[in-house]
Design a binder for this molecule. Sequence first.
Ligand SMILES: Nc1nc2c(ncn2[C@@H]2O[C@H](COP(=O)(O)OP(=O)(O)OP(=O)(O)O)[C@@H](O)[C@H]2O)c(=O)[nH]1
Ligand SMILES: [Mg+2]
Length: 552
Amino acid sequence: MNSQSAQLAPPGRRRSISDPLSAALLPPPNESPEDREKRLKAEAEAKKRSDNIDRMLREGERQNRRKKVVKVLLLGQSESGKSTTLKQFQLLHAPAAFHAERIAWRFVIYLNLLQSVRRILEAISPEADALANGLDDLDEDDTGSTTSIIISAPSGSSSSYGTQVPNYESYRRRLSPLVDLELRLIQQLSDPDDNDGFEATHLPWSHQQQPWSPGGEISPMSMNFYGSGQPIPKINIPSGSRSSPASPTSLASMSSHQELAVPTTFNWKKAFALGKIQSPKNAHSGELQGWWEDPDDPVHVLYRCAPAITELWRDPKVKQKLVEKRLRLEESSGFYLDEIDRITAKMYFPTDDDVLKARLKTTGVVEHTFNMPKNSEFRGVEWKIYDVGGSRPQRHAWAPYFDDVNAIIFLAPISAFDQVLAEDSSVNRLEDSMLLWKSVVSNRLLENVNIILFLNKCDLLKTKLESGVRLSHHLPAYSNRPNDYESVSKYFRNKFGAVHQSYTPNRGRELYIHLTSVTDTRRTRVIIYNGERPDFIRIVDILTRSHAQFVI
Ligand SMILES: Nc1nc2c(ncn2[C@@H]2O[C@H](COP(=O)(O)OP(=O)(O)OP(=O)(O)O)[C@@H](O)[C@H]2O)c(=O)[nH]1
Ligand SMILES: [Mg+2]
C-alpha cells in the first residue's frame, strides 16, 4: 500500500495520510490488478490534460508579456488630413475591412459632390454679385479663403444687377432637385436616433478660445499673415431657386461653411454598409439586384441632373466667375466635379481613391486597433490609433489622450497658407497650424512622445504655386524668395523644425518630418511602412524595444 501511495504521489511532493485530500486520493484497499491498471491509465491521461493546460497558460502569459500596444494620436487642425491618414492605415493593415466599408461612403461622396454644386450656384447667384459690388472697398488680398467663401444676402435683393449678370436661372431650375437631395442625405447620414441631426455641425464657438493650449499661453508667432485678424464678411444667400421646393428648414438656410459631421456614436458605416444589394436577383443569370433598382435611391436624382452639373462645371462664364471669386473648388475637400459621369452612374461603386478623397468631418475621438502583420518583425504589436476632431471646438477632447500616448502624427496642411479657418474666418489656416504645432511640441506631458510631422497637402501646394499664387502675398516674411515648390516646402520644413527646436522641453527628442500628400496611397505607404525601414518603423522599433510600460 505504501509503495502504491508512493507511486501515486506526484514526484517531489510528500503526502501526509492525515491530509484529508491525500486520504481521499488513496486507492481503495481492495483494488484488483485490472482496476489498478484502469486507474493508473485514467490518472496518466488526466495528468497529460493538466500539463497541456499548464503549457497553454504559460504560452498565453508569454504572448501577453510579448504583446505591445503602440498608441498613436493623430493631431492637426480641421481638414488637415487626419482621418485620411487613418484611412491609409486601414487600407494597409485591414484592407478587407476597408473594402467592405467602401460602399458606405457612397452617400458621403454624393453629398460632397452636391456641396460643390451648391457652392457654384451660390457663387453665380445675382445676389452674390449685388453683395460683392456693395463691398468693393474690401481689399481682395485680405479675403484669402479658397474654401470659406460664403456668399449670402437677404433674399429677394437681386434685380437691379440682373441685366449685367449672365442669366444662370436655367442652371438653378435644372439643378433644383439637388437642394432637396442634399437635405435628404444629411438627414440620412445623421444619427437617426438624434432628431437634431445638425447638432454636431453647430457646436458653440467662442472667439476667445485659443488654438489649443491647456495650461500654456499662445504668443504671437514669428510668422505673420496678411489677412489674419481681419474679419471677412460672411453673407448668406439662399441657395435654392425661387421655384425650389426647399422649406425654411432646408439646406437653403444652411450656409456652405456648415459641414456635416456624423457623431461618433452613430455607426453610419454599418448602417450603410450593404446598401440594398441583394444578390443574385436571378439565380441563373447571376444578375445583381441593387440600390439602382430602388426608385428612391439618391443615384436617380443625381443621374438625371448629371448633364446639367457637367454643363455648369464646364461653362466658361461660370469658370470665369469662380476665378473672380477665387473659389478654387479643385483644392477643396471632397472634390469630384471632374468625374461627374462616373460618380453619378447608376451602378457607381466607390474606389479606394474615392474613399480617400471623401470628406466627413470628425467629431469626438475615434479609436482604431490594428495588429501588425504576422510575417512582419513587429508581429504581436498592436496599434491603437486615435483620430480626433481638429476644429477649434473639438480640441478640448485631445488632452485626456496625452497621458499614455507613444507617438503623435501631427498634420499641417501647408497648401493652406492663403485660406482661413472654416470656424473662424479671421484666422489664417497656416498660422493656426503653427500655433497648434507650438502648443503640442512645447507641452510637458508630451515631452517623451515621439513626434512625426506630416507637412501635408503638398500636391495642392504644388498646384497652387504653379498657378501663380505667391506665398509672400500671404506671408510677408517669405519676402522675395523663389515661389517654387522646392523652395517653399523647404522653407516650411525649416520653420516647423525651428519651432520644435525652440519650444520642445526635451532637446533630445528626434523630430521626423515628411512632405506628404496623404491621399496618395503609394507614397503614404512608403512613409508609413515599407521594407526599407522608414522613420515610422524606426519609431515603432524604438517603442517596442525600449519601453517596458508598453507591455500589457
Ligand atoms: N489633395 C489632397 N487632399 C487631401 C490631402 N489630405 C487630405 N485631403 C483631403 O482633405 C479633406 C479633409 O481631410 P480629413 O482627413 O477629413 O481632415 P481631418 O484632419 O480629419 O479633419 P477633421 O475631421 O475636421 O478634424 C478630405 O477630403 C481629404 O480627402 C492631401 O494631401 N491632398
Ligand atoms: Mg477627421
